[in-house]
Design a protein around this ligand. Structure first.
Ligand SMILES: *[C@@H]1O[C@H](CO)[C@@H](O)[C@H](O)[C@H]1NC(C)=O
Length: 256
């Protein structure tokens, strides 16, 4: 914007008046625009809009691929040690900026999950304020029927998988598995793998509960935790056919 030097002469005063009235017009127009965008925002609650359509109120969203349709109803299934917290933060921000409604845990003592390590049920979440929930981002186990009772049927389902060996090592260290089960020595992972079932039973036992504060009894952090969070039942873990069927049935599209 060019700088304007104002002198106290009639021409200068006139120039200032013209400038002020122009600014007033611009302000009025932008006010009208904001109201229109607010209306627009409300309408996105029922219908998905393209990213291009919503540029006005999500100023931080610079991605303007016109072929990309913004979906506002979404379930994010968190998995252990896979970067899920980072993605969850992004989904939180996405929802807050659009004033969407989240499924939130009731938040009693030790109750910050949505049913995890099981599926979500009515008693786990707070009542909604709008016509329907848009986003479910807190921890739960994927279960198609349970989720369909909570979130609109057109919702997108998103999860994140990590290469299993890298995921295993990360979980082993993060949950201090070696220490909890009492493994000594230089290479606790090698020792753990010698007797994986035995050590897993020790880790998940109630006797080890006090040394394992974040994890409930009976929940393994080293034995197929991603499969468990995606709702693949333990009795199928050794049946490749059944697992493939289940993956096909949940038909999550994949992004890598
Ligand atoms: C594995 O799963 C398939 C498909 O669900 C089933 O037909 C088969 O009997 C299962 N095999 C075993 C050994 O349980």
């Amino acid at each position: 914007m060019a700088a304007v030097q104002v002198k106290y002469r009639p021409v200068g005063v006139l120039a200032v008046l013209i400038l002020l009235s122009t600014l007033a017009v611009i302000f009025l127009k932008s006010g009208r625009k904001t109201r229109a965008l607010t209306k627009d925002l409300q309408s996105t609650r029922s219908a998905p809009k393209t990213v291009r359509d919503c540029l006005g109120y999500c100023a931080c969203l610079r991605y303007t691929d016109p072929g990309c349709t913004e979906k506002i109803n979404l379930v994010f299934i968190r998995t252990e040690r896979t970067g899920s917290d980072v993605l969850a933060s992004m989904f939180h921000r996405f929802g807050h900026e659009r004033k969407l409604e989240f499924v939130l845990p009731r938040g009693g003592e030790d109750d910050l999950h949505l049913g995890w390590p099981g599926p979500v049920q009515l008693r786990h979440y707070r009542p909604r304020h709008t016509r329907h929930f848009n986003l479910l981002v807190e921890r739960t186990v994927y279960n198609k029927h349970a989720l369909r009772d909570v979130i609109p049927h057109d919702a997108s389902y998103v999860t994140v998988l990590r290469e299993p060996w890298a995921q295993f090592k990360s979980a082993f260290h993060y949950y201090r598995v070696g220490t909890v089960v009492g493994i000594q020595g230089d290479d606790p992972i090698a020792e753990f793998l010698q007797r994986a079932q035995f050590y897993d039973d020790v880790y998940t036992s109630s006797a080890a509960g006090s040394r394992r504060p974040e994890v409930p009894d009976g929940v393994s952090v080293t034995h197929n935790p991603m499969a468990r969070d995606l709702g693949i039942s333990e009795r199928l873990w050794n049946n490749v056919t059944a697992i493939n069927e289940q993956i096909k049935e949940s038909s999550m599209g994949s992004v890598s």
